[in-house]
Design a protein around this ligand. Structure first.
Ligand SMILES: [Cu+2]
Ligand SMILES: [Zn+2]
Length: 208
């Protein structure tokens, strides 16, 4: 019995370097999740109101999910948010900001994530404007941002703003920096995740 177990153990040690996950990662420099989920990376961001939210502003909750074929597939995104006023149709800007630092609410996430030093709205996380319906925003889009490599947005923040993004057409300095989108209502940090949340959201797109 002991001999048999020892023999199995030796076989396992021998096979370990050739397991599919190690092989894939070694060949491509991919994170282990790419092999675990068939060459696809998933990320999630759990949206919560800023701890520095001013009195009277809406408390926004929800999630932003990402899915991307490693390493350079289009980044698919699903946004599901609630907590907006049910009256009126104030558009809300959503962006990726540089830092995953929520120590001072959403105000400590820095400016727009701008790895290439370009004007707004040319940043990889300039997602644009979203109109709530019945207090909710639900949207599915493809974006320029990426989950891997030097320009990865993992560990950075998604921020929902009070106002509409002027998309660089405001005619002032702020317009080319951040689109004059107003105060920061809610934010979250983008983290790598399994395929569970994405697959669940695909099955029940508007329930999250
Ligand atoms: Cu922003
Ligand atoms: Zn921007």
């Amino acid at each position: 019995m002991c001999v048999l177990l020892g023999f199995l153990f030796l076989i396992l040690i021998y096979l370990k370097p050739f397991s599919p996950i190690r092989g894939f990662a070694a060949r491509s420099g991919a994170p282990p999740e790419a092999a675990e989920f068939n060459g696809t990376l998933y990320a999630s961001c759990r949206m919560k109101p800023s701890t520095k939210l001013a009195e009277g502003l809406p408390k926004v909750y929800g999630q932003v999910l990402f899915k991307q074929a490693f390493p350079t597939g289009p980044l698919h995104m699903m946004i599901s948010l609630k907590g907006f006023p049910t009256v009126g149709h104030q558009q809300r800007a959503i962006h990726i900001h540089q830092y995953g630092d929520l120590s001072n609410g959403c105000d400590s996430t820095g400016g727009h994530y701008n790895p290439l030093g370009v004007d707004h709205p040319g940043h990889p996380g300039d997602f644009g404007n979203f109109v709530p319906h019945d207090g909710r925003i639900w949207a599915q889009k493809s974006e320029r941002a990426t989950l891997s490599g030097r320009l990865s947005v993992l560990g950075r923040a998604v921020v929902v703003h009070e106002k509409e993004d002027d998309l660089g057409l405001g005619g002032d300095a702020g317009s080319l920096l951040h689109g004059n989108s107003g105060r920061r209502l809610a934010c979250c940090i983008i983290g790598i995740s399994s395929d569970k949340l994405w697959n669940k959201a695909v099955r029940q797109p508007r329930r999250n």
